[in-house]
Design a protein around this ligand. Structure first.
Ligand code: SF4
Length: 274
C-alpha cells in the first residue's frame, strides 16, 4: 500500500547525549498503517545508538558483540505493537517452507513456555489494559532467562530475521568480555547506554494512537498477538501525522536521557539482544 503512494521527505535531527545525527526520512503522504513507518524509526534508533558506539570507542573501550554470538538471544525481548504487526507482515511474506519452519519454532517455544508455567504470565503482559511498571517485568524476565530458551527466530546462532529484528535487539551492546554474557543474570555485564529505547518510543506512540497502556509484548507471542489484534493493525493515519507523533515520543525519551546521564550499570538484566 505505502510503496505506491507519494512520499514527503523530512530531515529529522536527534540531539542525543552522545552527539547529534540528522537523517532523511521518506514518509507516505496518504493514509498508512503504523507498519509503514516502523523500519525508518528503527533505523533512526540505530543511528542514535551508533553515536553511543562511537563515543564508547573514542573513550578507549571495545565493544565485545560479534556476529555468531547469540548469548543474549535467550532473554525476553519486549516488542511494541507496531513491531508485532511489522513482524507478522514480514513472516507472512516469506516463502511457504521458510514460514513453516519459523512458525514451527514459535509453536515449540510456546509449548516450552507453557510447560515451564510462564505462558499465562506472558499472555497477561501482552494483553493487560493496565500500565505496567518496569519492576513488574523483573520477575518474569528472570524466570524467562532461567529457561535459556533460544529465540524462535534464532537459527544456527544467527538471527534469521536480521533486517526485520526488533528495535530491542539492535540496542544491546556490551563492553565487558563476551564470556560474561553466558550468564547475564549473575555476571557484571556492562551494556552501552541507550539514548532512545525505540521499542518504548513505539509503544508510547501506539498508546497515543489507539489508547490503552504503552504495551510491550514478549517476542515469542508477538505473531499470535498481532493476529488477535489484526483489526487494530489495519487502522490507517496520514503518514506525516504518524511521524509527528512518533518523533514526539522519541524526543521525550531523549530529554529523559539527558536528565539521567548514561553510563551507570543498573544491575538489571539488559533489555534485549543485538
Ligand atoms: S529476533 Fe533475532 S536478534 Fe532478536 S532475539 Fe531473536 S534471534 Fe536474537
Amino acid at each position: 500500500m505505502a510503496q505506491n503512494q507519494p512520499v514527503e521527505r523530512f530531515e529529522v535531527s536527534l540531539n542525543t547525549p552522545a552527539g547529534q545525527c540528522t537523517s532523511p526520512l521518506n514518509v507516505p503522504t496518504g493514509l498508512v498503517p503504523v507498519t509503514a513507518l516502523v523500519p525508518s524509526l528503527r533505523r533512526l534508533g540505530e543511528q542514535a545508538q551508533a553515536l553511543e558506539e562511537r563515543r564508547t570507542v573514542d573513550a578507549g573501550a571495545a565493544i565485545s558483540c560479534r556476529k555468531g554470538c547469540a548469548a543474549c538471544c535467550r532473554m525476553l525481548v519486549p516488542i511494541s505493537a507496531p513491531e508485532a504487526f511489522a513482524l507478522r507482515d514480514s513472516i507472512q511474506a516469506l516463502p511457504e517452507s521458510r514460514r513453516a519452519t519459523i512458525l514451527q519454532r514459535v509453536t515449540e517455544a510456546r509449548t516450552r513456555l507453557e510447560q515451564a508455567g510462564l505462558l499465562a504470565r506472558l499472555i497477561d503482559l501482552a494483553e493487560t489494559e493496565r500500565q505496567l511498571l518496569d519492576d513488574e517485568f523483573e520477575a518474569t524476565n528472570r524466570d524467562y532467562y532461567a529457561l535459556r530458551l533460544p529465540c524462535p527466530f534464532l537459527e544456527n546462532e544467527a538471527c534469521s530475521i536480521y533486517e526485520d529484528r526488533p528495535a530491542a535487539c539492535r540496542e544491546l551492546l556490551v563492553t565487558t568480555p563476551a564470556e560474561l554474557c553466558q550468564d547475564l543474570a549473575r555476571n557484571p555485564v556492562r551494556p552501552l547506554p541507550v539514548a532512545v529505547r525505540m521499542s518504548t518510543a513505539l509503544a508510547l506512540w501506539w498508546s497515543e494512537l489507539v489508547g490503552g497502556p504503552a504495551r510491550l509484548i514478549p517476542l515469542p507471542l508477538a505473531l499470535e498477538w498481532a493476529d488477535r489484534h489484526a483489526a487494530e493493525g489495519n487502522r490507517t493515519w496520514p503518514g506525516p501525522q504518524l511521524l509527528d507523533k512518533a518523533l514526539d515520543k522519541v524526543w521525550r525519551l531523549l530529554s529523559e536521557a539527558f536528565a539521567h546521564q548514561p553510563g551507570t550499570p543498573t544491575g538489571k538484566l539488559p533489555q534485549g539482544p543485538t
